[in-house]
Design a protein around this ligand. Structure first.
Ligand code: ADP
Length: 258
């Protein structure tokens, strides 16, 4: 009640206010901690390839390049680590751009043509691993989408379906549609992901099998980039997977984009 210039807040209400304030601080602390973790992880991940590049190039310059075998071997390592660095920087830049909440650039896309075009960029990897890809999207499947963001999503999911697949593995790209939503799913018959790790693969820098993922040049950022782009387009991503059987990533978007 109000008495002259003093407002008396009932104890229970004051209690509530204090609690709300504490909650806000906790959330801010959590964001701050996550940002610090992110910066820490980024520095660590960047340092690993940089250390290798610096170390091996120095060894070469200090005489090792006179040995033809060492020259070839070290150059191959330097090249591989530079590629890893490129991937890492690209992923970090994508995350930074999404964080800045850029506006959607919407256009009508023929999904089948779009996916077929995108698959061409994977030709070397597909041929090397003798992977078969089946596109099950009808010819008149049109969606209104931010082409660039959608490309990041499909690109990353196909990349993973190839990377975490066996020699001569298979990949299916399917699309479905109803009155409210449309979905695109990327399924593989590769390694699969155990139940307890399925949530975690969307976390930044998380890798199921560190050594295997590193060998295939993983940064652990791909799926977190995918998740953020999907969210930016008001979509949802779901994962169904079984170890030794394969994985299916299902992405659902609303029919009408805002
Ligand atoms: P990375 O750069 O390591 O591929 P991602 O964020 O794209 O990072 O994926 C996180 C982890 O999830 C990968 O390291 C891998 O262990 C697992 N993963 C992702 N996609 C698949 C898939 N299709 N099949 C099996 N495991 C996968």
């Amino acid at each position: 009640y109000v008495d002259a210039h003093v407002v008396y807040v009932p104890v229970s209400k004051r209690h509530f206010l204090v609690m709300a304030l504490l909650y806000d601080i906790t959330e801010l602390k959590e964001i701050e901690r996550m940002q610090l973790d992110f910066v820490g992880n980024v520095s660590h991940e960047l340092k690993t390839p940089i250390t290798a590049i610096t170390g091996f190039s120095e060894t070469l310059l200090h005489g090792a390049m006179d040995d033809a075998k060492a020259l070839k071997e070290f150059l191959a390592i330097i090249h591989k680590e530079s590629l890893k660095l490129t991937d890492l920087v690209e992923d970090i830049l994508s995350l930074a751009k999404i964080d800045a909440n850029t506006e959607l650039d919407l256009k009508e896309i023929n999904l089948r043509e779009y996916v077929t075009e995108l698959l061409k960029t994977f030709k070397p990897q597909i041929e090397k691993k003798k992977i078969k890809i089946f596109v099950e999207i009808s010819e008149d499947f049109f969606v209104v989408m931010d082409q660039n963001k959608l490309r990041h999503v499909i690109d990353n999911l196909i990349q993973n379906a190839i990377k975490y697949n066996n020699f001569q593995g298979k990949i299916w790209v399917e699309a479905t549609s109803d009155a409210k939503n449309w979905t695109i799913s990327i399924r593989d018959n590769g390694y699969g992901i155990s139940n307890d790790k399925q949530e975690r693969v969307f976390e930044r820098f998380y890798r199921v099998d560190t050594s295997r993922s590193r060998d295939s040049g993983g940064t652990g950022l791909g799926l977190s980039v995918v998740k953020e782009y999907v969210a930016a387009m008001n979509g949802e991503i779901k994962l169904e997977s079984q170890v030794g059987v394969g994985s299916k990533f299902i992405v659902r978007f609303p029919q009408t984009m805002k």
